[in-house]
Design a protein around this ligand. Structure first.
Ligand SMILES: *Cc1c(COP(=O)(O)O)cnc(C)c1O
Length: 230
């Protein structure tokens, strides 16, 4: 099942890149493995997957030592400040920074470890009440405050688009994130690069790629449905 799923996702990524006139290597597929057992991650690894995404710090920390060392781990979920210690020096990137307080806590923990961690700013483009993320209008100001902090560097923006049946409906969301990133890039803020756009999940990654995603986060489409009662 995993092999077929991966092949299917890979084909669709490639086609979306072709439609958008983009090169396949501009897009990194993050295999979102939350709630899945390490055996399944190992199977994906054996099929060539090297980039995994988790949304809980402890789960990431617990899985890491059970799997090959060359895996690149991305923290994609909402982070509580007291959990940062589990992933600093281990996660390659944190996709979900949405407040100055969280950024300051990451900065402090990273400094303790003598690290600089790349982060993305999570933007709640669609303004959904249930979602974390800073509003588009407040994003630049937040980035200006985070930029001077040691121990982290802002590398771009991330969004979680609404759940939709027809991914076309999320195109305006992805467009807006991209436009925001271009606007902020034009301000040339020190220590800030708008290099990455983390957008697109199982239901909408093709549209996200057409609109400029550099990271797509695909869980269900690779590993199958999740049961949350484990
Ligand atoms: C779970 C999760 C995903 C993957 O969702 P799927 O719909 O299963 O592809 C992507 N991004 C974030 C932040 C998630 O928490």
């Amino acid at each position: 099942m995993l092999a077929e799923n991966l092949k299917h996702v890979e084909e669709r990524i490639l086609k979306a890149c072709e439609r958008a006139g983009r090169s396949r290597d501009e897009v990194t597929l993050i295999a979102v493995s939350k709630t899945k057992p390490v055996e399944m991650l190992q199977e994906a690894y054996d099929l060539g997957v090297r980039v995994f995404g988790e949304n809980k710090p402890q789960e990431m920390r617990d899985k890491m030592p059970q799997l090959p060392q060359d895996i690149r781990w991305h923290m994609i979920g909402h982070l509580q400040r007291n959990k940062i210690k589990y992933i600093i020096g281990k996660a390659e990137m944190i996709h979900s920074v949405d407040s100055l307080k969280l950024a300051e806590a990451i900065s402090q923990e990273a400094e303790k470890h003598g690290r600089t961690i790349p982060v993305l700013i999570e933007v709640n483009v669609a303004g959904e009440e249930s979602k974390f993320g800073v509003s588009p209008g407040e994003t630049e100001e937040l980035i200006r405050r985070i930029a001077p902090l040691p121990g982290l560097t802002v590398r771009g923006l991330m969004t979680i688009a609404p759940y939709v049946e027809d991914q076309e409906l999320n195109r305006p969301v992805f467009r807006e994130l991209r436009k925001l990133s271009v606007d902020i890039a034009s301000k040339n803020i020190d220590n800030v690069c708008m290099c990455e756009l983390s957008m697109g999940m199982t239901g909408d990654y093709e549209t996200a790629i057409e609109e400029g995603a550099t990271f797509v986060r695909v869980g269900t489409g690779i590993f199958g449905a999740r049961s949350y009662d484990i």
